[in-house]
Design a protein around this ligand. Structure first.
Ligand code: FPP
Ligand code: MG
Length: 252
């Protein structure tokens, strides 16, 4: 699997990310047909792998190079990938990372199920280390992701959500996974609860700024350069979409 050139200036991190990519490739190769064929473009064409990179950087406080480190980093990336599959369904998006989305290739039903499958594989990897601190951090982040996507879906197309609600929403849908990456990495790298909590806060701050930039690019960026459609965030879902919320107030 070829990793993004993004990490070329950080060769030791890139080598460690390649081990994470190997873990992801293993999940892919163990998957039954037709899931394996369907998920091949997504799992074997990695994105920047920012979240596992954050995880590895935080975990590098420890000299130990345990296999669980790479499996958990892969779990974080697979959680992210599963959430992208579901996000593309909700956004009715045709492309992601410059390739057609699962929903555009196979329809919503298959995309939902294969996203769920990937989620289950991510949880399997994370639970392999039998670490209750890690699992409760994973659960908290997933809850944040789901609740903020529900909030976003209910008020889609509304411009009047206010700054507080916007910040809360992007904290849940994007920053939580960055928070989790740094917190879980710090924890697995042997840091105590207070330091791991500070790592979480740093991830949240980064994730919020990351999503603000992503939202600006949704207005001003180029779909070709970004590898995904632009202008989706404001547009209401298509009328015929089974996902269109019915009888909901403009804003809750
Ligand atoms: C991107 O928002 C948002 C996410 C990637 C979070 C999606 C989360 C869910 C659908 C909840 C389900 C979660 C799991 C773990 C299955 P965006 O549309 O602004 O970003 P984009 O421009 O990259 O599409
Ligand atoms: Mg989207």
């Amino acid at each position: 699997m070829t990793l993004s050139h993004f990490w070329d200036s950080f060769p030791s991190l890139k080598t460690r990310l390649a081990r994470v990519a190997d873990e992801i490739e293993q999940v892919w190769s163990e998957s039954p047909s037709p899931v394996r064929e369907d998920l091949e473009p997504l799992l074997l064409t990695p994105g920047k792998m920012l979240r596992p990179a954050f995880f590895l950087m935080a975990a590098s406080a420890s000299e130990e190079d345990r296999p669980e480190i790479y499996r958990t980093a892969a779990a974080v990336e697979l959680l992210h990938t599963a959430s992208l599959i579901h996000d593309d369904i909700l956004d009715n998006a045709a492309t992601r990372r410059g390739i057609p989305t699962l929903n555009s290739r196979f329809g919503i039903r298959k995309a939902v199920l294969e996203g769920d499958y990937l989620l289950s594989r991510a949880l399997q990897l994370a639970s392999g280390s039998h670490d209750s601190y890690l699992m409760s951090a994973v659960n908290r982040s997933m809850e944040g992701l789901c609740l903020s996507e529900i909030d976003q879906d209910f008020s889609q197309g509304s411009l009047a959500i206010g700054k507080e609600r916007y910040l809360n929403r992007i904290k849940g849908k994007t920053a939580e996974l960055f928070g989790l990456s740094l917190q879980a990495g710090a924890h697995m790298g042997g840091m105590g609860e207070e330091d791991s909590r500070m790592a979480y806060d740093a991830g949240i701050a980064f994730g919020i700024s990351f999503q603000i930039e992503d939202d600006i690019l949704d207005y001003r960026g180029s779909a070709t350069k970004l590898g995904k459609p632009t202008g989706k965030d404001l547009r209401p879902p298509p009328l015929e979409s089974p996902l269109r919320p019915r009888d909901l107030p403009e804003d809750r």
